[in-house]
Ligand binder design. Sequence first.
Ligand SMILES: C[S@@+](CC[C@H](N)C(=O)[O-])C[C@H]1O[C@@H](n2cnc3c(N)ncnc32)[C@H](O)[C@@H]1O
Length: 252
Amino acid sequence: MKTTADNQSPAHTPHPVLDDYYEDSDHRREYVSTLFDDTAKYYEWIIRAMSFGSGEWYRKSALRRIKLAEGMKMLDVATGTGPVARSAREIVGKKGEVYGLDRSINMLGESARQGDTPLIHAGAEYLPFPDNYFDVLTMGYALRHVDSLQATFEEYGRVVKPGGTVLILEVTRPATRLGFWLTKFYFRVIIPAISAIFTRDKRAGELMRYYWDTIEQCVPPEKILTAMTGAGLKNAKRYRVFGIFSEYTATK
Ligand SMILES: C[S@@+](CC[C@H](N)C(=O)[O-])C[C@H]1O[C@@H](n2cnc3c(N)ncnc32)[C@H](O)[C@@H]1O
């Protein structure tokens, strides 16, 4: 995977420029939005295939671990087709509120087809909500795509209530050599091939190759925790599941 040296670490970006996909950091945002817009119709199918159907179960267990409870108000940033938001709505019940926000209009369209979660078209770096508004803010598998970790976490800290919780779900490259190569083979070869063959669309394969390449090139977990703390969030922690799933949590 080619990366551009002079863009190795523009302040606070989650990964360097990936030359195979877009020219420079100015084009990254547009590339990501277009990629998700073009593949939104396949996303639910791909995540079910990739996780053998356990995706929503896992997302719900992560929400229970942070003690999301009935009656709470939650924002799911980068909601995509809505799997985290749907699980959250089952937990918060009718007395609670869950909003979904995303930069891809087609992902929001797919989410709207799956349920009636209130949806907002916006980016993680600017949230159109007042200060101290949510008990919980979540982001599932999208931190790698934000413009700036620092700006994003500052914004999360602004909209969460004092005492509220931020939960980031991510996939992290395994620390062991064997784990790394096995995971890379699965995510970089098997999943893109299955996605492209079954959807008959090369863009679905590209989405999943990009998915892995951003995982491989992402800054290490310590940098994510440091960015959370640097943005004023407290008790930043990482909980690992099966060596590759990371649940980053922090409170305000
Ligand atoms: C891999 S999907 C994750 C969807 C969902 N959260 C899940 O758990 O499966 C990533 C989503 O992040 C969105 N996204 C990427 N960058 C974003 C940003 N800066 N702000 C808001 N949404 C963003 C994409 O449009 C896409 O819908």
